[in-house]
Design a protein around this ligand. Structure first.
Ligand SMILES: *Cc1c(COP(=O)(O)O)cnc(C)c1O
Length: 355
């Protein structure tokens, strides 16, 4: 008998979304409703000619483009095969057996998996009305806490706390606790709340910001994410990363995408308009839909049974939303914002079930 190491053997496989039969529409994975920038596609095509070579292990072109757009220090940017790779790597680098990672009640599910891989204990602080509570987080910091993880805007809630609240959280946390702010939906966040103050936290030496090309940049399939990390933290994370982690094609596609900020703004505006219209229609049907600053909407039904019935009806119509039982929110469904036709179909089905 060949056995895995006990902590791997004890793990369940990662719970991916149920995408349904062929031809069904996925509203389950928060993929973009819109195509990536033509500049990204052209850059990917051009990169094919270099497929015989290993990718740049220092992600030079991509880091320079990210640094230009966000006015950051390129040397502090790390790139990953999706931000998931960076999240997994930073947890393995900074937390191990006997250590605690502290998240929020409805935080990103992959953090729990990464904690199992690193044999850390994952604990969560309650949210108040589906919104992250810095007070509840601070109350659960113990001497074992190594990392505090906040997803803002949040997934699966879609809700956001002000950047000033994250700055205050950092101030109130012990200096030897690493604060990770997952901004996979950062491009969708209210532009009036300037994220520069979050990136500036990295100067303090104990905060990391992560971002993704999968959501607003519409590149989920090419797997690119990035982190802004203090030098000493970044060099430890790099030990854990595959040194050739982001393919030559993915690096160039992400560079092309971020250099097209006009296309990004267009995706963000169109997605936001569809999301807000859908949310309003759902509220008119009696659902609770928290205000979302992402490319999805969380719908809270009157009961778990109502949510289950709605999910079944949506599935019969080929619309695959994400059930939220794994977050303890079995009275909710999470709907990725898709194009107008799909959103209209979803509203029609919900109307049929709820009225
Ligand atoms: C989608 C998502 C990610 C990771 O995305 P990648 O595709 O790995 O870049 C990270 N955090 C949250 C909250 C997400 O929703």
């Amino acid at each position: 008998m060949i056995n895995p190491t006990p902590h791997i053997g004890a793990m369940a496989p990662y719970a991916l979304a149920d995408l349904g039969p062929e031809g069904a529409v996925s509203m389950a994975q928060n993929e973009s409703a819109f195509a990536p920038s033509p500049l990204a596609l052209a850059a990917g095509q051009a990169a094919l000619a270099q497929a015989a070579l290993y990718p740049d292990p220092d992600w030079i072109d991509l880091r320079a483009a990210i640094a230009r757009v966000h006015q950051l220090d390129a040397g502090r940017i790390l790139c990953g095969a999706g931000s998931m790779e960076l999240i997994g790597a930073l947890i393995s680098a900074f937390s191990g057996p006997g250590d605690e990672v502290l998240g929020s009640q409805f935080g990103y599910a992959y953090v729990a998996t990464a904690c199992q891989l690193s044999q850390s204990r994952y604990v969560t602080a309650p949210e108040l009305d589906l919104v992250v509570s810095p007070t509840e987080i601070l109350a659960r910091v113990t001497p074992a806490t190594r990392i505090v993880f906040v997803c803002n805007p949040g997934n699966p809630t879609g809700t956001t706390i002000a950047n000033a609240d994250l700055v205050a959280l950092r101030r109130d946390l012990p200096d030897d606790v690493l604060l990770v702010i997952d901004q996979a939906y950062g491009e969708f966040a209210d532009p009036l709340d300037d994220p520069a103050c979050l990136f500036a936290l990295v100067d303090l030496g104990n905060t990391i910001i992560t971002r993704s090309f999968s959501k607003a940049y519409a590149l989920a399939g090419v797997r690119v994410g990035w982190a802004y990390a203090p030098d000493r933290i970044g060099s430890e994370i790099r030990k854990v990363l595959n040194p050739n982690n982001v393919s030559i094609i993915s690096q160039q596609m992400a560079r092309g995408a971020i250099e097209d900020q006009a296309h990004l703004s267009d995706i963000v505006a169109r997605t936001g308009a569809l999301r807000d219209a859908f949310s309003t229609q759902c509220r008119a049907l009696g659902l609770h839909v928290p205000p979302s600053q992402t490319n999805f909407a969380l719908m809270q039904f009157g009961s778990a049974e109502d949510a289950r019935r709605a999910d079944q009806a949506l599935r019969r119509h080929g619309l695959m939303m994400r059930g939220m039982g794994c977050y303890g929110l079995s009275d909710c469904l999470r709907a990725t914002i898709c194009d107008q036709t799909v959103m209209d179909r979803a509203v029609a089905v919900l109307k049929g079930v709820l009225t």
